[in-house]
Write a protein that binds this ligand. Sequence first.
Ligand code: FE2
Length: 325
Amino acid sequence: MALLGIESVVYGVDDLETSLRFYDDFGLERAATDEGGAVYRLAEGSSFVLRRADDPRLPPAFLPGQGPREVVWGVDSQASLDAVASELRRDREVRVDPDGTLHTRDEAGINIGFRLFDRRPLEVEPAPAENNLSAVQRWNRHRKWYERARPKLINHVVFGVPDVDRAVGFYVDRLGFRVTDIMRGLGMFMRCEGRHDHHNLFLLRGGRLFFSHISFGVETIDELMVGAMHMQRQGWRSDAGLGRHRVSSLVFYYMDSPAGGQTEYSADSDYLDDHWKPRMWDPEFGQHHWLAVLPADARIASTGTPVVLEGALPALAETVRQPSA
Ligand SMILES: [Fe+2]
């Protein structure tokens, strides 16, 4: 079986009008709108669905308040979809829609679905190379200019869960996810088997189940900057502003979303295949390479070394650094 990434994320929201304004400003393009909500379609073929929290089409809430009601993973073939159904039916109920979409819950209680994913190749012209001081790659050409950011795909979602190891075990052992990196004591990054982004799912250690954010991929840092500037002008708030994670190398711009949690533009991910060995990162070093706005309580280290993990991966609980005696 091969999962091809996030096929759709469905939200139940309290204030549909404000949420629609946010994602319209964000640059998503609507495919359908009705009384109860809207469906945004991304160039990759995935979709982002906003519905009023009481819309009967929504899956039941698994979190208090508004936000995601379901994450639907895209599957490469009917045979894979059948394999997912029979694997998960071993220990849980799996509902099937008339169109073949599967619905169930993961080990942490998150509503998940599976659907055939008609993943489209992205027709993105290669970004003109960046000129550095001693290696000029771009002669007599300017960079590509953007009027608006138009996110092309859903790159990842992030949830906090009480038992990260159990939740990660479910995705790895039952669904073929790859652990790509571990943030010591904090969480684990995973990518789908049929995908090479640094992560499609990040599970954080939390006292309870909560939603952190959803990340939408744009072509380049320039497109991300254009999106961020537009969102600022429209009055949408970002606490941290721009930054780059050291783990994953993603450049990011997070904003509070009126639909729940945060929403992120991301660009310039590391891409990994099965030659990659997961690394263990100390959060103070791995989280940020640079960040526009330092939080008051920021503990950021500018030096460190991620440790390459050989063999079986440790449980997250084992990675917590004990205060030295
Ligand atoms: Fe993110």
